[in-house]
Structure formats: structure tokens, C-alpha cells
Design a binder for this molecule. Structure first.
Ligand code: G16
Length: 542
């Protein structure tokens, strides 16, 4: 039986950088998830009889919300749901399923790298038919709808078994539970030379992959250990857990510290990598060297032709504005376009769809290509492995040669987490108000060349996205960028991105924080971080 339930709007359902992310107890409020799901459906048109892909990273509350999606999709008239077994689908795997099976779109349940559990984070995101995160015109429509919603439609049905592969009918809608891994692993096999990678592992190459008790475990086991013959034990923490074992599934130097320490140790494997809650981010560490996401993007783009999928070359490279300019130099050398977008993978979708960019990346540990419309952690690992196999050199050699050829972009991000929103907004407002006066001023011996609030003009659909981060560029090419995160769930997170270009090889061996010390001090002086937030130092440095 189908019911129409009366409801009242919530005023906080504005999707952020990547969907709606809130604490689990917020989502557990009566009607909260239902309102948002109905708002998504109301913002779409022509979905009657169409297919929707559904899955998540397995975090706490995943299964409950999947049951709600099933009951509401049936009541709203969808034709079919394709659900990952156990409710599991990595974000790139969901993107692939949407594209491969020509679904109308997908609902992805994840809060990415944020912790999971009864008091931790949850998220709901809508992806469109190109497999990518809904563009702003759709997320704006969802938000607008959520502010005026008065009812939602739901079917009164028993819980649907999402653990058994196969098809069932629910209120006239087909629910197909699929293997979450197979299609994705097959696609990876079509992009990369698995024979070459098998030979790499046969030669004694050792790798450590940390799935951080999150969604990539089953994918990594299948791809690295079963299909590529990497030694058993290559994958660690590979059982997805609803609370990620109590950790943050965030592949950075803080939350994947153990991997970093192993890779810096005397008996380090040749290659170390990790992925996040929903499998779209990656961390790359070679024996004795951490590769920043910005450098990783540049190295992957410069060497992509070693993989069968990219032998014809790249159409272009896209990076988010705060990501370092390392990839720009690669694009220049290759003679291809370089596109600078706001933070958020959704901004790459148009460039990929239009064939203008092939590889995209962000400083926030995301890289991906035109094979899906999400960033893809395991794809990045496989491309790195392909480069290592083809060049027969270590990660360290490859990165240092890259710097020698292109110069090194020293780069770091300083995060001030859980700052009071009013203070964070005050800091940004003050900076914004001072923008016209900054050019020409001297700060700590540096001269401000230009300063602006980044606005993006999408070259494909002409849309304009404003207020995407305050950029301060100094003479000589260094810069600092300030913006507020759009993915946090409590208070505000201030991100400060610091970059300095160093062409001279003799100066490529500095410690990053030391190399950036002058700029870090200038950032403090310009923005008054301590004055506004009361914080003397960042909570996370990556
Ligand atoms: C999401 C987006 C990324 C973005 C990142 C950080 O990643 O998909 O494009 O770079 O958030 O955003 P912010 O700086 O606003 O917190 P994920 O992995 O969280 O889905």
C-alpha cells in the first residue's frame, strides 16, 4: 500500500560540497531523511519507470536509509533499483553502474572520510545520469524543494533482503541486488594492462593497501590480491565496518599515520596507498616519500600514456582552484588545456562530458579520469602501479625526476576544524572587504600581486559560481588561499592552502613546512586567524 505522509520542512537541508552531510542523530529525526529523499525526487522529472542505482559506504545507518529509499522509490513510481549487495557500493563503482546500465541517476549514502557510528556522520548525495554528482542547478532545486515540502510518498512494505544477489518485485518496482565489485573490477581491467601489473607483483614488488575498514576492502582484495596476484596481506583493514573501527576513514598523514610510518621504516614495501570511507580518495606513499595529492595529479597526468586507456594522450587536465599548479606545467608541456574549477568534483562533470578534460584532480586527495564521473581511489593506485611497472623506477625516483623537469610546488593545507561559524564567516568577510586594498601591499617581505574571490565561469554551460575561495597571489608565483569547507558537520572548518614554486633542483629537498614558513606567517598576518578563531595552530596539517 502506498501512503502520502504529511510533513513539515527542515531548514538545514542545503547540500554542501558533496551532498547533504549531517550527524546520524540529525538524520534519525522523524521525517528528516524522507523529506530529503522526496525533495530529490521532486527536483527530478521523467523518472517514472526509470532505474536508480543505490548504495553506500556501509557506515552506520546505511541499511536503514536504503530501506527508506526502496519504499519511497516504489511509491514514487521508479521502475527499478539497482542496489549493491549488503548496501555496499563505492562512490566510483556507483558512478560506473549508473553509466554502464544507463540509469537515470543514483543515490549514494556516504559522508566520505568523516567518521561513522551512532553519533558520527552520515550523508545522502544524488548523482545524475552522467554518473557524476548533481550539478548546482539540481542541488539548488533539491534545497528549494526541501524548504517547502509538505508531504512525501512511501510504500508500506516489509524490509527487502539486500544481502542476496538477485531480483525481487516490490510494489510494481524491480529491486535488483548486484555484486558491488564485479563490474567495477572489470572496468579497471579494461583500462589497465593487468598482465604487466601481474608481472610487477611476480617480480617481488611489495605493496601495502589500507582500506581503513571502509568500502574499498572488497574491491582491493579482488583487484590486487585475486586478479593481480599481490601477496595475501597486501590489503589491510579490508572488512567494511559501520564505525570504520572507530577511526576516521581519511587517508591523510594524520589518520593513516601507521601507513606513513611503515613506508618510512627500514623494511618498507615498495608502494603504500590508502583510500577513504567511500573509495573515491587516495593516499600515495612511496618508500621514504609521501606524494602530495597535487604532485600525484601532475605525475599521473605526465605519465598516463603508459596505460592502455590513455595511450592516445589526454584531452586536457582539470584541477580545483586550491590544488597546486604542478599539473599546469604538465599541461603546458603536453600542449593541452588546463581548467581551474571550484572545489567539488561536480564541477569537473561538464568538462569530462564535453571531452575537454581526461584527468582531473584535487588537493583533497582525489584524482580520477573520464572513465567515471567521480574521483576514484583505486584507479589512482592502479595508474601509479602502471607507471611503476613501465618505468622500473621507485616512487621517489619518479617524483624527484618530475620536480627536476618541472620544478617543485611546495604545498601544504592547514585546517582549523570546528571553529565557531560566526568567527569563521567573520574572517572571510573581513578578507573579502579588504581585497581591493591588498594588491601592492608588503607582508613579511612578500608583495601581494593580486587578490580576489574566485569565481568560476563554466566554459561548457556558461554557469557562474561565485565566492569559491579568497586567493592572494604574491609576486614570484607563491600564493595563499582561504576558504571554508563545505563538507564538515559541526561548526566551520577554515582551510588555508599554501603554495610556493621552486624551480631550482638544489632547493627541492627542503622540509615542506620550513619551505613554506614565510608564507604561513604571511597568511596569519593577512587573515588574523588567531584573532578571529582563538587558534594558535591548525588542527590538521596535510
Ligand atoms: C568532497 C568533494 C571534493 C572536495 C572535498 C573537500 O570530497 O567531492 O571535490 O575537494 O569534498 O571539500 P571541502 O574542502 O569543501 O571540505 P569527499 O571525498 O568528501 O566526497
Amino acid at each position: 500500500m502506498i501512503r502520502t505522509v504529511a510533513t513539515t520542512p527542515f531548514d538545514d537541508q542545503k547540500p554542501g560540497t558533496s551532498g547533504l552531510r549531517k550527524k546520524v542523530p540529525v538524520f534519525q529525526q522523524a521525517h528528516y531523511a524522507e523529506n530529503f529523499i522526496q525533495s530529490i525526487f521532486d527536483a527530478l522529472s521523467g523518472f517514472e519507470g526509470k532505474t536508480l542505482v543505490v548504495g553506500g559506504d556501509g557506515r552506520y545507518y546505511n541499511r536503514e536509509v536504503i530501506q527508506k529509499v526502496i519504499a519511497m522509490a516504489a511509491a514514487n513510481g521508479f521502475g527499478k533499483l539497482m542496489i549493491g549487495q549488503g548496501g555496499i557500493l563505492s562512490t566510483p563503482a556507483a558512478s560506473h553502474l549508473i553509466r554502464k546500465y544507463k540509469a537515470l541517476g543514483g543515490i549514494i549514502l556516504s559522508a566520505s572520510h568523516n567518521p561513522g557510528g551512532p553519533k558520527e556522520d552520515f550523508g545522502i548525495k544524488y548523482n545524475a545520469e552522467n554518473g557524476g554528482p548533481a550539478p548546482e542547478k539540481i542541488t539548488d532545486a533539491i534545497y528549494a524543494r526541501s524548504k517547502e515540502i509538505r508531504e512525501y510518498r512511501i510504500a508500506d512494505i516489509d524490509e527487502v533482503d539486500i544481502d542476496t544477489i538477485g531480483k525481487v518485485e516490490v510494489e510494481g518496482m524491480t529491486v535488483e541486488v548486484v555484486d558491488p565489485v564485479r563490474d567495477y573490477a572489470d572496468m579497471m581491467e579494461s583500462l589497465f594492462d593487468f598482465n604487466a601489473l601481474r608481472r610487477l607483483f611476480e617480480s617481488g614488488f611489495r605493496m601495502r593497501f589500507d582500506a581503513m575498514h571502509a568500502v574499498t576492502g572488497p574491491y582491493a582484495k579482488e583487484i590486487f590480491e585475486r586478479r593481480l596476484g599481490a601477496a595475501e596481506g597486501t590489503c589491510r583493514n579490508f572488512h567494511p565496518l559501520p564505525d570504520f573501527g572507530g577511526h576516521h576513514p581519511d587517508p591523510n598523514l594524520v589518520h593513516a599515520r601507521h601507513l606513513y610510518e611503515e613506508m618510512m621504516g627500514p623494511d618498507a614495501p615498495d608502494f603504500g596507498a590508502a583510500s577513504d570511507g567511500d573509495g573515491d580518495r587516495n593516499l600515495i606513499i612511496g618508500k621514504g616519500i609521501f606524494v602530495t595529492p597535487s604532485d600525484s595529479l601532475a605525475v599521473l597526468a605526465a605519465n598516463a600514456r603508459v596505460a592502455p586507456a590513455y595511450t592516445a594522450g589526454l584531452a586536457g587536465i582539470a584541477r580545483s582552484m586550491p590544488t597546486s599548479g604542478a599539473a599546469d606545467r604538465v599541461a603546458q608541456k603536453l600542449g593541452i588545456g588546463l581548467y581551474e574549477t571550484p572545489t567539488g568534483w561536480k564541477f569537473f562533470g561538464n568538462l569530462l562530458d564535453a571531452g575537454m578534460a581526461t584527468i582531473c584532480g584535487e588537493e583533497s586527495a582525489g584524482t580520477g579520469s573520464s572513465h567515471v564521473r567521480e574521483k576514484d581511489g583505486l584507479w589512482a593506485v592502479l595508474l601509479w602501479l602502471s607507471i611503476l611497472a613501465a618505468r622500473g623506477e621507485s616512487v621517489k625516483e619518479i617524483v624527484e625526476k618530475h620536480w627536476a623537469e618541472f620544478g617543485r610546488n611546495y604545498y601544504s593545507r592547514h585546517d582549523y576544524e570546528e571553529v565557531e561559524t560566526v568567527h569563521a564567516n567573520g574572517l572571510i568577510k573581513e578578507l573579502r572587504d579588504r581585497l581591493p586594498d591588498l594588491p601592492g601591499t608588503q607582508v613579511r617581505g612578500l608583495t601581494v600581486e593580486t587578490a580576489d574571490d574566485f569565481a568560476y565561469h563554466d566554459p561548457v554551460d556558461g554557469s557562474i559560481s561565485e565566492h569559491q575561495g579568497i586567493r592572494i597571489l604574491f609576486e614570484g608565483g607563491s600564493r595563499v588561499v582561504f576558504r571554508l569547507s563545505g563538507t564538515g558537520t559541526s561548526g566551520a572548518t577554515l582551510r588555508v592552502y599554501i603554495e610556493r614554486y621552486e624551480p631550482e633542483s638544489a632547493r627541492h629537498g627542503l622540509d615542506t613546512q620550513q619551505a613554506l614558513a614565510g608564507l604561513i606567517a604571511a597568511a596569519e598576518e593577512i587573515a588574523g586567524i588567531r584573532r578571529h578563531t582563538g587558534r594558535g595552530r591548525p588542527s590538521v596539517i596535510t
